[in-house]
Design a protein around this ligand. Structure first.
Ligand code: PBG
Length: 326
């Protein structure tokens, strides 16, 4: 094929012409706000490595959720930081534990005007900081962890979560959670599976956000950043196990993975623009090295263009405000 008469610049001449031919558009409904609540806080605590992000109190979390609903965001993803941790992460099962109580408070606040999602993972709750329980040799025990995930999922569904996000990368986690939910009568609670989650250095600031106790790394359960093919296997397994939506995480260094998954997935695909991606742009912008607003919008647009239906981003409320102003 050749187009000798074609001059691509014709369609770039004015803002309205560019708007007419834009293939990708941002909308608040496809943005999901990740939010942290910390037990025992009197006031929200700013995170040093994520300027603009806080650990919430129950009150400020409820306000953030109400604001997210008013802005028309797609959802909120809740992470809890407990006061007491132990080897089994037992605070995750306590119906009055920090995360379950937060789910309940947020659901009371927003009802069905915002999709309420919660993290099913043990790393915030264990004193060793791993995403699962450990065996006698100190290795993360896959199947013993699954039992806890099943109970955790039911506790979160009971607290009122619409969607559960298992993020621990244990084999079989989606099936166990689906079975546990169904057995407890929660057929309508959906699972957003962290299907292709990589062992990324860019999670650094999140570890401050959840006050992580981890020493070492998560390379025996999260994916190797070198691998592309394996992401398809992970997605296929999660689909077979009943995932309603799948996620690729991180986003910006994994756009090839996102495009692969978007091309094959019969269910909606989410991407998580993680803490380190947020921190990099904020740091460069604070130095005056890049235009903050333009860089944020371009980064999220790129993630959407690669094929994500929705994007978890700490900038979700700010982007939504910009979109409403435009
Ligand atoms: C694990 C979890 C992590 C993130 C979300 N869920 C951290 C990890 O795997 O170490 C990272 C999110 C971010 O960096 O923004 N429960």
């Amino acid at each position: 094929m050749s187009f000798p008469r074609h001059r691509p610049r014709r369609l770039r001449q004015t803002p309205v012409m560019r708007r007419l031919v834009a293939e990708t558009r941002l909308h608040p409904a496809e943005l999901i706000l990740p939010a942290f609540i910390r037990e025992g806080l009197a006031d929200p605590a700013p995170l040093q490595s994520m300027p603009g992000v806080v650990q919430h109190t129950t009150d400020t979390l409820k306000r953030a959720a109400a604001e997210a609903a008013e802005l028309g965001l797609g959802g909120i993803m809740l992470f809890g930081v407990p006061e007491e941790r132990d080897a089994e992460g037992s605070a995750s099962l306590d119906p009055d534990g920090v995360l379950n109580a937060a789910i309940r408070a947020v659901r009371d606040e927003v009802g069905d005007s915002l999709v309420v999602m919660s993290d099913v993972c043990l790393d915030e709750f264990t004193d060793h900081g791993h995403c699962g329980v450990l065996d006698a040799q100190g290795r993360v025990d896959n199947d013993a962890t699954l039992e806890v995930y099943g109970q955790m999922a039911v506790a979160q569904a009971e607290a009122g979560a619409h969607v559960l996000g298992p993020s621990g990368m244990m084999d079989g986690q989606v099936a166990v959670i689906r079975d546990a939910l169904d057995a407890a009568g929660h057929q309508d609670v959906a699972v957003l599976a962290y299907a292709a989650k990589y062992a990324s250095a860019f999670y650094g600031p999140f570890r401050e956000a959840v006050d992580s106790q981890l020493t070492g790394d998560r390379r025996t359960y999260q994916m190797d950043p070198a691998n592309r093919r394996e992401a398809i296997l992970e997605v296929e397994l999660d689909l077979e196990e009943g995932a309603d939506m799948v996620m690729v995480k991180p986003a910006m260094s994994y756009l090839d993975i996102l495009a692969d998954v978007a091309a094959m997935s019969p269910v909606p695909v989410a991407a998580y623009q993680i803490s380190g991606e947020y921190a990099m742009i904020e740091a460069a912008a604070a130095n005056g090295w890049i235009d903050r607003k333009a860089s944020i919008l371009e980064s999220v647009l790129g993630i959407r263009r690669a094929g994500a239906n929705s994007v978890l981003t700490y900038w979700a409320p700010e982007i939504a405000r910009w979109l409403h102003e435009a």
